[in-house]
Every structure is written in C-alpha cells, then in structure tokens.
Design a protein around this ligand. Structure first.
Ligand code: PLP
Length: 441
C-alpha cells in the first residue's frame, strides 16, 4: 500500500509492511518533499507491557511535556496510565480526553497562580512543591490540595540534570518545609523526586528511594501519614535500551524501604514511552563539497529539511546525539567525512558535526530513529521551514487491541483508505468511553 497522506489517519500495517517500508513508500512516492515522521503506536503499547512486567508495583504517569501528540495521549489513556502535567494547558489537553482528574499529577513545583486555580477548578488535586512560597500560594488558592514534596537526589551522570532547578534537600530543607506545611494546615500526602532525565546511573534510584523514606519518617513525626511515593522520570527509551537494570534496583529498594502495599508508588516516565516510537526522515536539498589542496573532496556538507529549530531542537535542549542512516542502501565504495546541516540560515543549525557516510545526492533521504522524545513539542517553523508532519501506523494486532477503546474522533483517527486486504473500516469502530475500558496488561 502507498502512504502519502498526513497525520490524521492511522495506517494499519499488514504482514508485509513495517515502519521502514512505510517510510520508503512515503519517501519514494514522488510527491513527498518535506521531512516526515512515522509514529508506531505498537511501540508505545509494547513499552507499556514492558513497564508493567518490569515494575508491576509502579504506576506510570506519563510526562506529557515529552511528547504531547494526541496519538500518544489517546493510546496511553486507553492503556490506563496516569499523566504528569506541568501546566494548565497540559492538564486541559489530558482532561479533554476524558481522563479522570485523579489520574493526573501536577508535577511542577513552581506553578503560576492561575494554573493552580485551574487545577482547583478541575479537581486536579495532586501537586508537587519544593519551596515555602509555593505552600503559601497553595494555601490561598487550593487549600485542599494533596501536596507532594519534591526532594533532590541527582544522578551523577544524566543527559538532562534537573536538580539545579527543582527539589529541596531531603535533610536540610524538607523538615522545615513540612513543618511549615503543617503550620499552614496543608495536606501533604507523599514524596517525589526526579534523578535527572536520561539517567545514566541506575544506582541513584536506590539512594533516592532511601532518602524518600527518611522524609516519610519526618512526615510521620509531624503527624502526617504519607501514602504516595513518586519516583519521577529518567528511564531510557531508545531502541536497544532497557529499563531492566533500573527496575531491579527500584524493585529491591521498594521492598527494603517501602514494603507496605499501603504506599502507592507512581513514576513520571517521558522518553521511555515515546522515544523509539517516532522515526524522522529528512530529505537532502543541497550538497556542498569541501575540496582539499589536492583537488579531491575532503568533506561533504549535506543540507536537510529539518534542523535544530525544528525536530532537532533536541540536540540543543535535550543534549541528544542523533544517528543518521541513509534510507536506501548506497553502493558504498567510498565513505566520506560528512556533516549534516539544517535548512535555516543560522550557522548554529548543525545536526551532525562529523560522520562517515557514503556519497549521497540531492533528493536522497536520511532516517533518524528514536526521535519521539522532546522533539515535536518544542519544534518551530523558524525561517519558514515547516515542522515535520506525523504519519501514525499500527500493526493490525495492535489496532485490533486499540480500536474498541480509543476515543476516536474523525479529526485525529481516521482509518487509512482501505487497501484491499484490510477488513477494518472507520465505520467498523465502536466508540466506547475510554475510562470504562482500560486495557489490563
Ligand atoms: N517529570 C518531571 C517533573 C520532569 O521535569 C520530566 C522531564 O523533564 C519528566 C518527568 C520526564 O522525564 P523523562 O523523560 O526522563 O522520563
């Protein structure tokens, strides 16, 4: 089948197609020029299964900031995850899908007042804090809120450290803040932390859970009975990575420090769920040869139609390293020192500084896997280069699993114009309220 449409459809993959064949269909269609994504919903569903099997005690609250595409949010809603929202708009987006407010944590320790008011008006009561002024704000605006104190415990090595901005010291600051909360008559229900996004020190989870235990005990001394532990994000999500090591450490630390099932444990994974689900394909529109003194090409500069102001903002903000793969195998008699550049007129707009590539031509396509996390929500059409469109695909099995429970709307989920071997049609899809039918895995 040919895929030449935009993101308002879910394309069903038959036994003969996969993400790469879809990419080839689109790229070779003869009508595609812009960069485009393929999002595989099956990848998200498989991640959820993995999470449930590795950390059955930890309920995932997906971090919406990571990728707020409707396709992602709708699938996760159907799978029954909760959501970590950082703002009024994110809360609004999740509530609009019919998610119960008790499946949302407002996990931003420094919230604008109007956003707290909105949380109050919509019944999103669970929210984090790490400073005293936030306590006063909540006292004024939402005195019945269920507060979660965010402590700091940083991984020694993380792609994006967060501790310099958020999290109070569990020993020197947390007791004072909890005393203040008590004095203000506020309801504190638990402890959260985030060890840093893209955590490269799994053992830090043990330290952080132990520190959370200490804060639980402080709470107890002050008359609180905390029953929520939120272990934040930091889980890897690229193809070929695994959460097994972190999961083993988390599970064992929970057994040690929080053996009682009366403590509910949640996490806020972002990149784990979406990174590998999205593959970006870009087109080369210009090539520049850098010629050496000996008159031969020393280096090749490829200019592609997405860059650091678009999807590859992740290089600047998320410190990602992206890996280019030519879509089609090229007769590689010779590899050239090459660099890849975005389309804008800014010299900063460099996607790959140095890579060995076979010789490529204008019109050739380059594929980048693992592009689902911290890419699309930040991308801008700077210089008039549009943000890449998303083509959503799902294997037939995954679609059969999802089709009855997705909150399908004509706007966001329309079946592919039926290829002959496809039995499902949009009319076939029964609409059922998501909240009534979470998938149990
Ligand atoms: N929770 C909070 C409060 C965050 O700030 C972030 C990321 O910045 C996340 C969760 C998601 O982290 P990750 O994508 O590493 O899982």
């Amino acid at each position: 089948m040919k895929f030449i449409t935009s993101d308002k459809r879910v394309h069903i993959l038959d036994a003969h197609s996969n993400v790469w064949s879809v990419i080839m269909d689109i790229a070779d269609s003869g009508v595609q020029e812009e960069a485009f994504y393929v999002c595989d919903l099956g990848d998200i569903v498989r991640k959820h299964k993995t999470w449930k099997s590795f950390m059955p005690r930890v309920q995932p609250f997906y971090a919406v900031k990571c990728n707020d595409s409707l396709a992602v949010l709708e699938v996760l809603t159907a799978l029954g995850t909760g959501f970590d929202c950082a703002s009024k708009a994110e809360i609004n987006k999740v509530l609009a899908l019919g998610v119960n407010p008790n499946r949302i944590i407002f996990a931003n320790p420094a919230k604008p007042s109007s956003h707290i008011r909105y949380a109050c008006a919509t019944g999103v009561s669970t929210m984090t804090f790490d400073n005293e002024t936030e306590l006063h704000k909540v006292k004024n605006l939402y005195p019945d809120a269920d507060l979660v104190i965010r402590i700091r415990c940083d991984a020694a090595d993380a792609q994006c450290p967060l501790g310099m901005k958020f999290g109070c010291d569990p020993v020197t600051e947390a007791p004072r803040l909890l005393e203040k909360a008590r004095e203000l008559g506020l309801n504190v229900i638990g402890v959260s932390f985030h060890v840093g996004s893209g955590c490269r020190e799994p053992a830090v989870f043990e330290k952080a859970i132990a520190a959370a235990r200490v804060v639980f005990n402080v709470g107890l001394e002050l008359g609180y009975t905390f029953d929520l532990l939120d272990i934040g994000g930091g889980f890897p999500g690229d193809r070929g990575t695994s959460i097994d090591e972190i999961a083993e450490i988390v599970n064992s630390a929970l057994d040690t420090y929080f053996p009682s099932p009366s403590v509910r444990v949640i996490a806020e994974p972002g990149r784990f769920y979406v990174s590998s689900a999205y593959t970006l394909t870009c087109n080369i529109h210009s090539v520049r040869d850098v010629i050496g003194d000996d008159e031969t090409t020393r280096h090749k500069m490829y200019y592609i139609n997405d860059g650091v102001y678009g999807s590859f903002n992740c290089i600047l903000y998320d410190h990602q390293r992206v890996v280019p793969q030519p879509l089609h195998e090229l007769p590689a008699t010779k590899y050239y020192s090459s660099s890849i550049w975005g389309p804008t007129c800014d010299g900063l707009d460099q996607v790959v500084e140095e890579v060995l590539l076979p010789e490529m031509q204008i019109g050739d396509w380059i594929v980048f896997e693992n592009m689902g996390a911290y890419t699309l929500p930040v991308a801008s059409p700077f210089n008039g280069f549009p943000v890449a469109k998303v083509h959503v695909v799902a294997d037939e099995n995954i679609w059969l699993l999802l089709k009855d429970i997705l909150p399908l709307t004509e706007e966001h989920f329309v079946m592919n114009r039926a290829p002959t071997n496809l039995k499902l049609g949009f009319e076939d899809v029964e609409r059922v309220a998501v909240s009534k039918l979470p998938i149990r895995m």
